[in-house]
Design a protein around this ligand. Structure first.
Ligand code: HPA
Length: 274
């Protein structure tokens, strides 16, 4: 039997998030956070660049968080004091849908961020690019998404509008920092296998430009919690079949490492404008 609180259907996931937020306030000494960032592959160094880290907590010590499943994903929560005086909560611990623990665990960090007071949720990831003009190592804005997981973080008859899910206001701010930033529609597959070339062509045909295994479900939960969302993908590779060589996790990590200083600096500049 699982002892994870979110695995009990009788438990309200928002209560678990509220408990986690209280623990974060106690452990960090910060009552409210203003902004939250989930840092995916390639984006980790932004944590050091946006401000002064005042507390670091192993995420697994906070209620509802799961142990990191993947190398390259730092399992910590950090509280950062921005030069503006605002507080950022940095989530370096993402639970992926493909881990099979259910969507509640996937979106717990986002719900916790909202419960700490965050009004803006920045979701970043490493992903495959469908647009042939993109080169590995390029950051792109997420303009919208297509959720191909056939799942939702919403439970019951909860009808939530997803128009302008990835806020045009925040994308404009990001583009004021880097006018060369392109944008595209993020398509979330379940994974953990990469897509087949045929699936990539399907994603393209239905309007996708980016393929990945995270973010869409998190964005839906962030919207449900009333946060404004900024989504950024690092294109670590061209998607299967667009790039002619086979994909490898090592290649994805390497592209992330190579791009990290550059895109982390960009993200820090964007955060300074929020
Ligand atoms: N597909 C899905 N997820 C990914 C990819 C990809 O090509 N690259 C990095 N994450």
């Amino acid at each position: 039997m699982s002892t994870h609180p979110l695995d009990d259907p009788a438990v309200n996931p928002f209560d678990v998030a509220a408990t986690a937020a209280l623990e974060i306030a106690e452990r960090t000494g910060v009552d409210r956070h203003d902004i939250a960032l989930t840092l995916g592959s390639g984006w980790g160094k932004a944590a050091d660049l946006i401000g002064e880290t005042t507390a670091t907590i192993p995420a697994a010590e906070i209620t509802g968080f799961s142990k990191p499943a993947l190398e390259g994903h730092v399992g910590t929560l950090r509280s950062v004091l921005l030069p503006s005086g605002k507080r950022a909560l940095i989530i370096g611990a993402r639970t992926h849908y493909y881990e099979g623990h259910g969507v509640r665990r996937v979106v717990h960090s986002v719900r916790t961020a909202a419960a700490t007071g965050a009004k803006i949720m920045i979701l970043t990831n490493g992903a495959g690019g469908i647009k042939e003009t993109w080169t590995p190592g390029s950051p792109v804005l997420i303009s919208d998404h297509i959720n191909l997981t056939a799942d939702s973080p919403l439970e019951g008859a909860t009808f939530i509008d997803l128009t302008d899910l990835y806020a045009a206001r925040l994308r404009a701010i990001a583009r004021s920092v880097d006018p060369t930033l392109d944008e595209g529609v993020y398509t979330q597959f379940r994974g953990p296998h990469y897509e087949t070339p045929a699936e990539v062509q399907m994603a393209k045909a239905i309007g996708g430009h980016i393929v990945g295994m995270s973010t869409a479900l998190e964005a839906i939960a962030a919207r449900q919690s009333g946060m404004e969302i900024l989504g950024l993908s690092l294109i670590t590779n061209l998607a299967a079949g667009i790039q002619k060589t086979p994909l490898s996790h090592e290649e994805v990590l390497e592209a992330g490492r190579e791009a990290e200083p550059r895109i982390s600096a960009l993200l820090a500049k964007i955060v300074a404008e929020l």
